[in-house]
Each structure stands twice: as structure tokens, then as C-alpha cells.
Design a protein around this ligand. Structure first.
Ligand SMILES: NC(=O)c1ccc[n+]([C@@H]2O[C@H](COP(=O)([O-])OP(=O)(O)OC[C@H]3O[C@@H](n4cnc5c(N)ncnc54)[C@H](O)[C@@H]3O)[C@@H](O)[C@H]2O)c1
Length: 366
């Protein structure tokens, strides 16, 4: 066996609960094998396709659609991650006549994976699910971990469930059609894994050529593997977010979610919002000045934003942000469980006064 080039990465994420493990598979070309694999499985499948993905990958989308019992084409983006879209999708799946042994197969960005995953969790009290992420962000993060949700007018991801996929298939060749901004959004979550979980990942990212939508699929394969391994280890330790460990994966996200909700759907992409949350954490956290500079230089290296104005039409108002911040799922009354970077490549969760944290994080960015 030679280097990375020869390997097809596979592992099973086996949870503490009874039931099947999630098979995680990362390989260039893996999506081409999916059709054959689906034909070999018992039962039929319902296909949920992200429209943005489908437009760039018509051949794969068509060959999968021909074999499916039903197909739903869902526009990508946050504005479609709604209860109304969820109900329509559930009806469509039921209408296609799926039974308990059949599957839901979702190909899409994080928004469509979240929506399709939740529909799979709800129809017939849960159908087996296969997730195929098609954006960088969904490949390094959203596809794994069982969380699926839609948004409510009151805030992001407030209507959701845990539903672990039986299989996750990541094919980096599918990412070649991503617009520049969507690729860069994925780097926000990549940066989270580096700053909060792995100095080795940070060092590796600083050694390789700058990542962009033209980066070779082979290099992306390694990137996805490094990131999903980190997430997989955390999820295995705390699958249902009971021990607090899984909350570390929300590093930079409290501020990010409030900013996204304030900006409105599809205005500020998730990864850029996370990048701002990470910047704020670096500036107000416990790092030495040299570590802070190193952390910021790392975000600069990935081309991530460093101020509100770079990604929003204007600086948000603190009082407006407070409204959305108060709806954060990590809140307990006036407290929030917030991941903090204790040293580059490591983070832990602290219980903090929510209002003080928001004020500090906001001030760090204006
Ligand atoms: N469940 C989780 O654990 C988890 C974790 C992180 C993020 N998320 C969720 O993920 C969502 C963000 O995901 P995202 O960044 O993938 O954005 P997205 O799903 O909104 O997709 C972005 C855009 O890319 C298009 N697209 C998808 N694949 C494409 C391809 N291959 N080529 C060209 N265009 C393509 C989509 O149609 C969409 O317009 C948010 O809703 C967030 O809450 C979930």
C-alpha cells in the first residue's frame, strides 16, 4: 500500500446505543459506486436532491433518479430549511409508498442534508438514511453526527432530532462545481477544527497550498478525512450531547448563529459567520498575545473574514443581536455554555454570563 493516493478511507461510527453503526466512506469517485451499492441493497429508496448540486452533476443525478421510487428536488440554502418544506417532503416520501425497510438518500449541502435527514427521522418514525454531502461545509461537518433540523421564525435549527445515517459517502470530486463563496464558507468549519481541536491540522493547513475550489480532489479527500475524524471522535464520546463534550463542536457558533439569524436567510453564509465567531473568541479568550496573533494569521491564511463589514452590508447593532443570541440552544437562563480556546488546537466548554460574552465578542469585532 502506498501513500494517501491509494487509500479509500472507511470507518464505522459505533454508538453506545443498540442499532447499526454509521459507515463513513471518503473517496474520490465514491458517488459513482453509490448507484451499484443501492441496487444491491434490499428495498427501494427515495432520493432528495439539492438543486444547486443537481445542476452541476446532471449525469449522476439522472442515473440515481431513474432507480429511485421518488425524487424531490429541493433548492439549496437556508431559506428552504423550513417546516413547510419539511412537511411537503414528508408527504412526498409517504406518497412514494416507502415502507420501513426502504431508505432515504440525500445528496446536498448542509441545508438539504438537515432537511432530508429530519424527514427521514420523522416518516414512519424513522427510515434508514444515506447522506452524501456536496459542499465543503457539509463534507467536513454537517454530514456526520446525527443532528438534523429545520429553522423556525424564532431561530435557527429549533425544530430537529437526532437521526444517525446508516452510511455517509463523501466524494470530493463532487465539490468541483462549488462557487468560490461556498467553498470559502466550508473553510470556516475547517478553521474551527484547527483552532479548537488539532494543532496538527493547523500546521498541515499552513504547509499545503492555499485551499480553493480548484484544489485537487485528492487533497480535499485528505482534508475531509482529517476533519471528519475529529468530529467522529467527539461524537462517539458524546453522541446525544449529554456530557457536554459535544458542545465543543459549537466553537464560534453562538455569535455565528445570532449573526446569521439577524442577517436573514441566505445573506451571510454559515462558514463566514463561524469565522467571525472564531475571530472574536481568539481576541477575548485566554490565549497569550503571540498565540492570538498566530490564530488570527491562521484564519487570514485560510482567507476568512476579520470584520463584520467584509461579509455584511453594515455593522449589526448589539441590541438587535441580543434578541437572537437569547434564543441560543446552549442558553440556560442568563448563562450560556460556551466553547473557549484554551490553547491553539484545544478547547473546552465554560458556563458564562451570556450577556457579558456577547458584549465582549461584539466589541472584539467592531
Ligand atoms: N447537522 C449538522 O451537524 C450541521 C453542521 C454544520 C452546519 N449545518 C447546516 O448546514 C447548512 C449550511 O450548509 P452549506 O454551507 O453546505 O450550505 P447550503 O446547504 O446552503 O448550500 C450552499 C449552496 O450550494 C449549493 N450546492 C450544493 N452542492 C453544490 C455543488 N456540488 N456544486 C454547486 N453548488 C452546490 C446549494 O444549492 C446552495 O445554493 C446550515 O443550514 C447549517 O445549519 C448542519
Amino acid at each position: 500500500m502506498g501513500g494517501w493516493e491509494d487509500r479509500r478511507v472507511r470507518w464505522d461510527l459505533r454508538l453506545e446505543s443498540p442499532g447499526p453503526a454509521t459507515r463513513v466512506e471518503i473517496a474520490c469517485g465514491a458517488s459513482r459506486d453509490l448507484l451499484r451499492d443501492l441496487e444491491e441493497l434490499s428495498g427501494t429508496f427515495f432520493l432528495v436532491l439539492d438543486q444547486g448540486f443537481q445542476e452541476g452533476h446532471k449525469t449522476l443525478a439522472e442515473s440515481l433518479s431513474e432507480k429511485a421510487s421518488g425524487v424531490a428536488l429541493i433548492p439549496g440554502g437556508e431559506s428552504h430549511k423550513t417546516p413547510e418544506q419539511l412537511i411537503r417532503l414528508c408527504s412526498h416520501i409517504v406518497g412514494a409508498g416507502l415502507g420501513r425497510g426502504d431508505r432515504v438518500v440525500v445528496l446536498g449541502g448542509g441545508a438539504v442534508l438537515d432537511l432530508g435527514g429530519l424527514a427521514a427521522a420523522l416518516v414512519l418514525r424513522g427510515l434508514p438514511l444515506i447522506q452524501v454531502p456536496t459542499t465543503l461545509l457539509s463534507a467536513v461537518d454537517a454530514c456526520l453526527g446525527g443532528k438534523c433540523a429545520v429553522d423556525l421564525p424564532e431561530g435557527r435549527n429549533l425544530l430537529g432530532a437526532f437521526h444517525f445515517a446508516e452510511r455517509i459517502v463523501v466524494d470530493p470530486e463532487l465539490l468541483g462545481t462549488l462557487p468560490k463563496t461556498e467553498f470559502s464558507s466550508g473553510l470556516g468549519e475547517v478553521a474551527k477544527y484547527g483552532l479548537g481541536f488539532s494543532k496538527i491540522l493547523m500546521d498541515w493547513l499552513r504547509e499545503i497550498p492555499p485551499l480553493n475550489a480548484q484544489t485537487s480532489p485528492k487533497l480535499l479527500e485528505e482534508l475531509v478525512h482529517r476533519c471528519l475524524r475529529i468530529k467522529s471522535d467527539v461524537v462517539l464520546e458524546d453522541p446525544w450531547e449529554k456530557k457536554g463534550l459535544r458542545r465543543t463542536l459549537n466553537l464560534g457558533h453562538s455569535l455565528a448563529h445570532a449573526l446569521e439569524a439577524l442577517a436573514g436567510p441566505d445573506t451571510l453564509n454559515h462558514g463566514n459567520a463561524v469565522a467571525l465567531g472564531l475571530r472574536a473568541e481568539l481576541r477575548i479568550g485566554k490565549l497569550s498575545p503571540s498565540e492570538q496573533r498566530e490564530g488570527e494569521a491562521f484564519l487570514d491564511h485560510l482567507g476568512l473574514p476579520n470584520a463584520f463589514e467584509q461579509v455584511l452590508p453594515s455593522t449589526p447593532k448589539l441590541e438587535e443581536l441580543r434578541v437572537f443570541f437569547s434564543r441560543d440552544k446552549k442558553r440556560e437562563g442568563e448563562w450560556i455554555h460556551e466553547p473557549r480556546i484554551h490553547s491553539l488546537g484545544g478547547c473546552h466548554v465554560e458556563r458564562l454570563k451570556a450577556s457579558s460574552y456577547l458584549e465582549d465578542a461584539f466589541s472584539a469585532l467592531v
